[in-house]
Design a binder for this molecule. Structure first.
Ligand SMILES: Nc1ncnc2c1ncn2[C@@H]1O[C@H](COP(=O)(O)OP(=O)(O)OP(=O)(O)O)[C@@H](O)[C@H]1O
Length: 313
C-alpha cells in the first residue's frame, strides 16, 4: 500500500477541550476509507486537519507527501473536498463555478473547458451547466462537488457526509459516482452515519470515539474482532435454555437473549445444523432460525453500547 495520507499522534485542542486525541492513521492510494462515529467524536476536525484548514495542537500530517499547513496550495490543487455545506458561488452558473476552480488549479482555458464539459456530463449536470447554482437542489450541489474533483483531477477526494439530506435515488447515484472515482484510483475519505452504505462502499473504516480511533479495519476484521464472528443466527425455541445447551460448541462466540425464548448467536461459521441438533437433543422445540452476515451496524451498536452520544465541548 502506497500511503497518501499519514497522520501521526494528531491532537487538536480547543481551549481545554480535546476534539482529536492522538490519532494515528495511514490511508493508501486508491482506498475508500470511512470515518464513522457519533456526533462530536472528531471526524470533521480530523478532516479539517488533513486539509490544513485547522492547525494541529500536536502531531504531524502528510498528504501526498506534503505538509498541509506549510504547503496549502499544493495540497488544495491535488485534493478535492466536499464539506457538509458545499460553498459554491450561487450567482454563478455550474460551468462558471467549475471554471473558477480550474483557474485556481492553474489549468489553461482550453484544457479547462474540455474537462468541465466532460465532468458535467459524467455527473449528469450537462443540461443545467449554464443555470445558476443558487437554484440547485442539494443533490445537484453534491454532484457539482464531484465534478469539481473531476476537473481538478484530484488524487484524493475528502467527502464530509456527502449523502446527508439526499433522497434514496440521489444517494444511490452519488454512491455510483464515488465508486467510479475510486475505480479510477482516486483515494476517497468519507464520513457518514449511513452504516449500510459505508459497509458496501468502504475498503476500511475507522470508528471514532471521543476524539480517538477506537477501531480500524475492514468489515470482516471488525466483526470478528468485536463480535467474535461473521455470522448472526437468531433462534426461537421453547423448552430449552439455549446458552446452556450451546456451551462449548465450536465457532460460537456469544449467545444473548433478545426476548423470552428468542436468542441471538454470534458465530464464525454457519452453525445452524449444530444448534438445531442441540435444541432437539435437549428436548426443546425449535420454532425458527435465521442467519445473516454480521454487519457494520452490529459492530457499531456493540462498540458504542451504553455511550452517551451527545458529546459536547
Ligand atoms: N471551532 C471549535 N471550537 C470549539 N470546539 C469545537 C470546534 N470545532 C469542533 N469543536 C468540538 O470538537 C468536537 C468534535 O467535533 P467534530 O465536528 O470533529 O465532530 P464530528 O465527529 O464531525 O461530529 P458530526 O458527526 O456531528 O459531524 C465536538 O465536541 C465539537 O463541539
Amino acid at each position: 500500500m502506497t500511503p497518501v495520507i499519514e497522520a501521526d499522534g494528531l491532537v487538536k485542542r480547543y481551549g481545554r477541550f480535546t476534539a482529536v486525541d492522538g490519532i494515528d492513521l495511514t490511508i493508501g492510494k486508491g482506498e475508500v476509507f470511512g470515518l464513522l462515529g457519533p456526533n462530536g467524536s472528531g471526524k470533521t476536525t480530523t478532516i479539517l486537519l488533513l486539509l490544513g484548514l485547522t492547525e494541529p495542537s500536536a502531531g504531524s500530517i502528510r498528504v501526498l507527501g506534503l505538509d498541509p499547513l506549510r504547503q496549502p496550495l499544493q495540497v488544495k490543487r491535488r485534493v478535492g473536498y466536499l464539506p457538509d455545506q458545499i460553498g459554491f458561488y450561487d450567482h454563478l452558473t455550474a460551468r462558471e463555478n467549475l471554471a473558477y476552480t480550474a483557474r485556481l488549479t492553474g489549468l489553461a482555458s482550453a484544457e479547462a473547458g474540455r474537462r468541465i464539459g466532460e465532468a458535467l456530463g459524467r455527473v449528469r449536470l450537462a443540461d443545467v451547466g449554464d443555470k445558476r447554482v443558487g437554484a440547485f437542489s442539494r443533490g445537484m450541489r453534491q454532484r457539482l462537488g464531484l465534478a469539481e474533483v473531476l476537473v481538478k483531477q484530484a488524487e484524493i477526494a475528502i467527502l464530509d457526509e456527502p449523502t446527508s439530506g439526499l433522497d434514496p435515488q440521489s444517494t444511490q447515484e452519488l454512491l455510483e459516482q464515488i465508486r467510479e472515482l475510486a475505480a479510477e484510483g482516486v483515494t476517497i475519505v468519507l464520513s457518514s452515519h449511513l452504516l449500510s452504505m459505508m459497509q458496501t462502499i468502504c475498503d476500511r473504516v475507522a470508528l471514532f470515539k471521543r476524539g480517538g480511533i477506537g477501531l480500524i479495519g475492514n468489515v470482516a476484521e471488525l466483526t470478528t474482532g468485536v463480535l467474535g464472528g461473521t455470522h448472526v443466527v437468531e433462534v426461537e425455541a421453547n423448552g430449552v435454555d439455549l446458552p446452556c445447551v450451546l456451551k462449548g460448541l465450536p465457532h460460537i462466540s456469544a449467545v444473548s437473549i433478545i426476548r423470552p425464548n428468542h436468542w441471538r448467536v454470534d458465530a464464525s461459521d454457519d452453525v445452524r445444523a449444530e444448534i438445531a441438533r442441540k435444541v432437539v437433543n435437549a428436548g426443546g422445540a425449535l420454532q425458527s432460525m435465521t442467519i445473516r452476515q454480521s454487519s457494520l451496524d452490529d459492530v457499531y451498536v456493540h462498540f458504542f453500547e451504553g455511550e452517551n452520544h451527545d458529546v459536547a465541548a
